[in-house]
Design a protein around this ligand. Structure first.
Ligand code: ADP
Ligand code: MG
Length: 612
C-alpha cells in the first residue's frame, strides 16, 4: 500500500482510542470544557454507568452558532492560536481532540447557546458524522449528550468493566474537581440517584465535607497559604492530621494549576512529609493543589493530560514536601501519651470561612475513650474449648513439641500452634516494645503487633461462632463517604453484621452506624468505614470479606507505637497474647515477639552460661 494520509474519520477514531478510554474519560473531557467555559454550575447525569448515556449541562459561555460544527472537527480549539501558546497553557483543554473523539465513538448531541447570541444550536452526530443541525432556544450554556458509547467500537466496549466500576471512576473524578473548584456547583446523578451535590459557594471546606463527610472532612488541616505566599511555587490544600490514615494511596490527590494529575514523585513527597508520623504501610489523606507559572510546567505530555513534566521537578517536590510537613508537624500530637490522639481536633484553622464550620463540627465529635485490653467483653471467654478456625483457612495441628500451658489452672487445654511461655513484664522500650523475661531469656514484644493479634483472634472466633459482642452506640452515627468508597462499602454491608458492625444505608453515600464490636468500641466509625470500604466486595466469598474487614479493624484499633503503657496494661496485653492461638505473629504475618536466649546473652557478654 502506498503512503497516504488517513481519512479524517479514521484519524479521529485513532485519536479517540487515546482520549476516550471509558465513560469517565468522556465526563472528564466534557467537565473540563465546562470549566474552561467559566461555568459556575456543572450537572452530570449518567445511565448504566455512562455506557448508555452521559449528559453534562453547564451554564458557561456557550458556543457561537457558526462555530458549533467546527468544534467537532479534530484539532479544532478556541484555546490556542500559535505554537508558542503551548508553552503557557492556562486552560484545561488545548488539544482540540475531545469533542471530535467523543463524537466519533458515540451518538452525540450538543445543545448550546453563546452568551452573546439570541438563539442556540442543536447538533447531532453519529459516529462523528453530523446528522442534524437546527436552531433552538435555551439559556446560555451548553449541554452535551453522549449516547451509546463505543457502539461502533465493539472491541473497546468489550473491555469496559461493570456499570458500577464505571460509575466509581466518574465519581472519583467529579469529587476531586468539586473540591478543587469550590466556586462551581457540581452534581452527579446516576440512574436517577443523586450521589454528589456541592453548593459552589466558594468555600472549599464545603466540598471537603460533602465529599469526605463530616468526620474526615472537618478534621483535615488547611495548608496555611502564608507558607508559600509570594513564592513561584505555591501550595494550597488540605491534609489529614497524623491520626487519620488510610490503607491505600487513593486518598492522596494532586492538582497542578487546576488540573488533577498523577505523579508518583509528588505523591512520594506527600508520604515523605508524614515520615515517622504514620504507622507503616499506612497512607495519608491529602488534597494538595500546586500553583506554578504556566511556563514552568509542560502539560502536553499525555493525550489525557493526566501527567505533566516540570522544568524543575525537585523544586516542586521540595515545595510540596515542606508545605505538607509544616502543616502536619504543627498539629501533630506529642508522641508518648497513652490516650489516643484527640480524634482530629482541627485546632487552629487558617483557611478563611472554614473556622466556624470546623469548630462546630469538632464540637459534635464524641470524645474518645481509652483503649482497654480488658477481656471482660471477650466474646470467646466461655468457649475456649472450641478449636479456633480462621475463615477460609484450616488450622495447623499443634507441633509435636511438648505443650505446657500458661493458662490458669483448671482451664481445659486448647490445641495451640505456638504456645508462649509464662512471661514477666520488665518494662517498655521506645514506647514500641514490651520487654519481658521468660524461662529462656529475654523477650521483646511489639505492642502494636501483639494487640492486633489479640483483637484479631477475638473478632475472628466471635465471627465464626456468630457471637461477636457488639456495643450499640448511644446515638447512631451518621457517616458520609466519598461516592466511590460508599459504593464499595454498600457491596459488603451484608458481611459486616457477623463481625459486630451494624451499618445500614442512610441515603446517598451515607451510612448509619448503630453498633461496633465491643472490643473496639472506641474507634471512630467514619475512619473505620473508610478503611473497610477498601475491602473489595467483588469476587470474594463472605468469609474472606469478613477476614479482610477484621484485619482492618484490628490494624486501626490496636495500640500504636508511641503510646506509653502502664504496667497493668502491659501485663494485660501479655496475658491476652498468651490466650491466643498464634501468639507469635500478627494477623499480617509479622512477628509479635522475638527472643534472645540466656545463652546468647551470656555469649555476647563473653561468659559461659554455667558462670551466669
Ligand atoms: P479543547 O478543549 O482542547 O479546545 P474540545 O474538543 O474539548 O477541545 O472542544 C473544542 C472547542 O469547543 C473548545 O475549544 C471550545 O471552544 C468549545 N467547547 C467545547 N465544550 C464547550 C462548553 N461546554 N462550553 C463552551 N465551549 C465549549
Ligand atoms: Mg476540551
Amino acid at each position: 500500500m502506498p503512503i497516504h494520509l488517513l481519512p479524517e474519520d479514521v484519524a479521529s477514531r485513532i485519536a479517540a482510542g487515546e482520549v476516550v478510554e471509558r465513560p469517565a474519560s468522556v465526563v472528564k473531557e466534557l467537565v473540563e470544557n465546562s470549566l474552561d467555559a467559566g461555568a459556575s454550575r456543572v450537572e452530570v447525569e449518567t445511565q448504566e454507568g455512562g455506557i448508555r448515556l452521559i449528559r453534562i449541562r453547564d451554564n458557561g459561555l456557550g458556543i457561537p452558532t457558526d462555530e458549533v460544527a467546527l468544534a467537532f472537527r479534530r484539532h479544532a480549539t478556541s484555546k490556542l492560536e500559535v505554537a508558542a501558546d503551548l508553552d503557557e497553557i492556562a486552560t484545561l483543554g488545548f488539544r482540540g481532540e475531545a469533542l471530535s473523539s467523543i463524537a466519533s465513538v458515540s451518538r452525540t448531541t450538543c445543545i448550546t447557546r453563546h452568551a452573546s447570541e439570541e438563539t442556540g444550536t442543536r447538533i447531532r452526530l453519529e459516529g462523528g458524522q453530523i446528522v442534524a443541525q437546527t436552531p433552538v432556544g435555551r439559556p446560555p450554556g451548553t449541554e452535551l449528550l453522549v449516547e451509546d458509547l463505543f457502539y461502533n467500537v465493539p472491541a473497546r466496549r468489550k473491555f469496559l468493566r461493570t456499570e458500577r466500576t464505571e460509575r466509581r471512576h466518574i465519581d472519583a473524578f467529579l469529587t476531586r474537581y468539586a473540591i478543587a473548584y469550590p466556586g462551581t456547583a457540581f452534581s452527579a446523578i446516576h440512574d436517577g440517584n443523586t450521589v454528589i451535590s456541592t453548593a459552589g459557594n466558594g468555600d472549599p471546606a464545603e466540598g471537603l465535607l460533602s465529599v469526605y463527610g463530616l468526620e474526615l472532612g472537618a478534621g483535615l488541616l488547611a495548608i496555611p497559604e502564608e507558607l508559600t505566599a509570594g513564592l513561584q511555587i505555591r501550595v494550597r490544600g488540605f491534609v489529614g492530621p497524623t491520626n487519620v490514615h488510610r490503607a491505600d494511596r487513593g486518598y492522596m490527590t494532586l492538582f497542578i494549576n487546576g488540573r488533577w494529575i498523577q505523579d508518583l514523585r509528588l505523591s512520594y513527597a506527600i508520604i515523605q512529609a508524614y515520615h515517622t508520623l504514620l504507622p507503616v504501610k499506612r497512607y495519608p489523606v491529602a488534597f494538595v493543589m500546586v500553583e506554578i507559572p504556566a511556563g514552568d510546567v509542560d502539560v502536553n505530555v499525555h493525550p489525557t493530560k493526566s501527567e505533566v513534566r516540570f522544568r524543575d521537578a525537585d523544586a516542586v517536590f521540595r515545595a510540596v514536601q515542606r508545605a505538607v510537613r509544616a502543616t502536619v508537624i504543627d498539629e501533630a500530637p506529642v508522641a508518648g501519651s497513652w490516650a489516643p490522639s484527640s480524634g482530629g481536633q482541627p485546632g487552629e484553622v487558617r483557611g478563611e470561612g472554614g473556622e466556624t464550620t470546623r469548630d462546630r463540627l469538632a464540637a459534635l465529635r464524641p470524645s474518645q475513650s481509652h483503649i482497654r485490653f480488658g477481656s471482660d467483653t471477650s466474646p470467646d471467654a466461655g468457649s475456649q474449648e472450641q478449636g479456633f478456625v480462621t475463615p477460609g483457612t484450616s488450622v495447623e495441628p499443634p507441633p509435636g513439641e511438648r505443650i505446657h500451658t500458661s493458662s490458669q489452672a483448671g482451664e481445659p487445654q486448647r490445641a495451640r500452634a505456638h504456645e508462649l511461655p509464662p512471661l514477666r513484664v520488665v518494662g517498655q522500650l521506645a514506647t514500641m516494645f514490651l520487654v519481658a523475661e521468660g524461662p529462656d531469656g529475654l523477650y521483646l514484644i511489639d505492642q502494636h503487633a501483639a494487640h492486633e493479634r489479640v483483637l484479631f483472634e477475638r473478632l475472628t472466633s466471635g465471627t465464626v461462632q456468630g457471637q461477636v459482642a457488639r456495643q450499640p452506640l448511644l446515638e447512631p452515627k451518621v457517616v458520609v463517604l466519598p461516592a466511590d468508597a460508599a459504593d464499595r462499602l454498600s457491596q459488603i454491608l451484608p458481611a459486616l453484621t457477623a463481625v459486630g458492625l451494624e451499618v445500614e444505608p442512610f441515603g446517598a453515600n451515607t451510612f448509619l452506624v448503630r453498633a461496633l464490636p465491643a472490643q473496639v468500641q472506641h474507634l471512630q466509625p467514619a475512619d473505620l468505614l473508610a478503611d473497610i470500604a477498601g475491602v473489595e466486595g467483588e469476587l470474594r466469598v463472605e468469609a474472606e470479606v469478613q477476614e479482610a474487614v477484621i484485619r482492618h479493624i484490628c490494624k486501626r484499633a490496636a495500640v500504636k507505637a508511641g503510646q506509653v503503657l502502664s504496667r497493668e496494661e502491659m501485663n494485660q496485653l501479655i496475658t491476652d497474647l498468651e490466650q491466643t492461638q498464634n501468639p507469635r505473629t500478627c494477623p499480617h504475618g509479622r512477628p509479635t515477639i522475638i527472643q534472645i536466649s540466656t545463652e546468647e546473652l551470656a555469649r555476647q557478654f563473653g561468659r559461659l552460661i554455667r558462670d551466669a
